[in-house]
Design a protein around this ligand. Structure first.
Ligand code: BDR
Ligand code: CA
Length: 325
């Protein structure tokens, strides 16, 4: 079994990623850390707890950073920055697309996600894989608090970044854009890193026909996955049309799938990847040096530029089949 820690900003694709991880016998999920991103930290934590409770899992959930490291401090730099850290938790616990799941009655752990990450990695044998599928704030903060953890990280498999084009701006992918300084710290930390950017996740879509199959499977997780995937397919049609209008990406689940079976990723290249955080048009962009223009730079990650859609979908389906009814 591969020991993993998920780091999530739970919206609908994180939810499918969590369920895939919890329902895959190849993985031992040690804990789930939450971070500000898709929603404010109160909501990403509530949503994460909902998913965990829905599956009857006892995996511990740790609440992490409520704001990006730096970018939220620069006035005007991020007009669309979704959260300020001042959200009223009472008003914000109502999830939008995770309303399918009942409100959580379980609580996060008392310890903060960042200090738990540091303690857990330091006490480990260097065999833990981190799977961050939200902004990289918690991981970067942990590295800054205790740099020795880098030696203890088995691998980091990140959903984030884009080689071809972004989704929050023309240049930037959301997770990296929210906290580009954190992304830079993590990409340059020296650990073994696999990057699963939009180039791969956009090729690992789930279709409406596959949602019908998930419905027919009739397990708790298959029904929730179908619900979230349908929601996403509908949204993508309007917001960012995919190759086919009856399918949509479930980004974060591809990073989890890649830890279970690395062959779900295709066209994986060892590259130097840098992050722009200069505040301009390319703010939050991941610059992938595919032609090795920078001869001196260390090739800091393996970047997946494509994915095997069929393999990915069947891996997710198999996980959902193991769920309780
Ligand atoms: C990423 O941004 C978040 O909205 C998703 O959950 C995913 O992790 C895609 O750009
Ligand atoms: Ca996410």
């Amino acid at each position: 079994k591969r020991k993993v820690i998920l780091d999530v900003d739970t919206g609908s694709d994180d939810a499918v990623a969590i369920m895939t991880a919890l329902l895959s016998p190849e993985l031992e999920v040690l804990g789930i850390c939450t971070v500000n991103g898709n929603r404010c930290i109160e909501m990403t934590t509530e949503n994460t707890l909902r998913v965990v409770e829905y599956l009857g899992s006892d995996v511990p959930v740790f609440k992490g950073c409520h704001l990006p490291l730096v970018s939220s401090l620069t006035p005007g730099r991020r007009p669309h920055m979704p959260f300020t850290g001042q959200e009223d938790p009472e008003e914000n616990v109502h999830s939008d697309y995770l309303d399918y799941l009942p409100a959580a009655t379980i609580q996060p752990q008392r310890q903060n996600a960042v200090s738990w990450l540091v303690d857990t990695l330091m006490a480990s044998d260097g065999d833990i894989t981190l799977i961050p599928v939200g902004p990289l704030t918690n991981i970067a903060a942990a590295i800054r608090i205790q740099p020795e953890i880098v030696e203890k990280i088995g691998e980091i498999v990140i959903m984030g970044g884009a080689y071809e084009y972004g989704n929050i701006t023309p240049a930037a992918e959301f997770n990296i854009w929210i906290d580009p300084e954190a992304a830079k710290i993590v990409l340059d930390c020296g650990a073994k890193i696999t990057l699963v950017p939009l180039d791969a996740t956009h090729r690992a879509c789930i279709s409406l026909g596959e949602c019908d199959q998930l419905d027919a499977m009739n397990t708790r997780a298959s029904k929730a996955t179908s619900e979230f995937a349908r929601y996403r397919i509908k949204g993508y049609r309007v917001f960012q049309p995919m190759e086919q209008d009856d399918w949509g990406p479930i980004h974060d689940a591809l990073a989890v799938a890649a830890v279970i079976d690395p062959t779900v990723l295709k066209d994986v290249r060892q590259l130097y990847v840098d992050v722009d955080f200069s505040g301009g048009f390319a703010d939050g962009m991941t610059i992938c040096d595919v032609n090795t223009r920078d001869k001196k730079a260390r090739k800091n990650c393996a970047v997946a530029l494509n994915a095997d859609r069929e393999k990915f979908v069947s891996l997710v389906m198999r996980a959902m089949e193991r769920s309780p009814k």
